[in-house]
Write a protein that binds this ligand. Structure first.
Ligand SMILES: [Zn+2]
Length: 257
């Protein structure tokens, strides 16, 4: 047990010892900055127009020569000592970028090299397709799976039984007026947000899925009253013929699935 611990400590010390010189490199007097003007920047894979600059004590800088693979591509002799270049002016592939800073005392310093791969415009488009399209695909896939799960889970859920016109509690998500049956219902926690006020949800009364728009409380209360008005004229009908009863049953069965 003790031996195990000391081996672990030794490993940590060795790791630290190796990490130190690497960390020390960032103590460089000046560092090369690369920023995108127009184009594609996928980590170290770049394409387009980029701006080169330096980080460090700018007060003593006289001029900065920028280099690609050791070859000068331009010199900036005025503050802020930046240079704009196009990756397409250089062969595609891996390149090392550096800046040679000449100070007012005549001494010069070359920044640590930064490695970039210049990609062609076609590759840039292809990489975007490879990266962005799968992300879009996954997003749509997740939404599709969620919808499918809800269909399966709630398919056999009994429809809510509520007296027409009964005031109901619309809760946290508010309510919507069903596009299919016109009855107001409380939006569900599991409804899918399509837009801030538009949800894909299932009506409690007719069981139909649809795009539902959040309604104002006033509109919801009005819809409740409308239910009442709709249901009232049916009450005085005393006796139904067998044919009417059958027709009603058929009508109802249409909405239970
Ligand atoms: Zn409905």
């Amino acid at each position: 047990m003790k031996k195990h611990t000391s081996t672990f400590l030794l490993t940590v010390i060795l790791l630290l010892a190796f990490a130190m010189p690497a960390a020390g490199q960032s103590d460089a007097e000046y560092l090369l900055k690369v920023s995108k003007v127009i184009g594609t920047n996928l980590g170290s894979q770049i394409n387009g127009t980029f701006k080169l600059g330096i980080d460090g004590d700018m007060g003593v800088v006289k001029s900065v020569e920028y280099r690609i693979d050791g070859m000068a591509i331009g010199t900036a002799s005025e503050s802020p000592f930046t240079l704009v270049f196009k990756t397409t002016d250089h062969p595609a592939g891996g390149h090392a970028l550096t800046a040679v800073v000449t100070k007012s005392d005549g001494s010069s310093f070359e920044t640590p090299a930064r490695k970039f791969t210049f990609i062609t415009s076609e590759d840039a488009g292809e990489v975007l397709n490879k990266v962005l399209l799968p992300i879009l695909g996954i997003t749509f896939g997740v939404v599709a799976v969620m919808m499918l799960m809800q269909f399966v889970l709630f398919r056999n859920r009994p429809l809510a039984q509520l007296e027409p016109g009964a005031p109901r509690n619309y809760g946290f998500k508010g309510g919507a007026i069903c596009k299919n049956c016109g009855r107001p219902f409380a939006l569900h926690m599991w409804s899918i947000n399509l837009l801030p006020t538009v949800r894909y949800d299932r009506c409690d009364y007719c069981g139909k899925w649809g795009v539902q728009r959040s309604a104002s409380m006033a509109a919801l209360r009005m819809a409740e009253q409308l239910e009442l008005a709709k249901s009232k004229p049916e009450v005085p009908v005393a006796e139904k013929t067998e044919e009417e009863k059958l027709k009603e049953m058929l009508d109802q069965s249409k909405y239970t699935r």
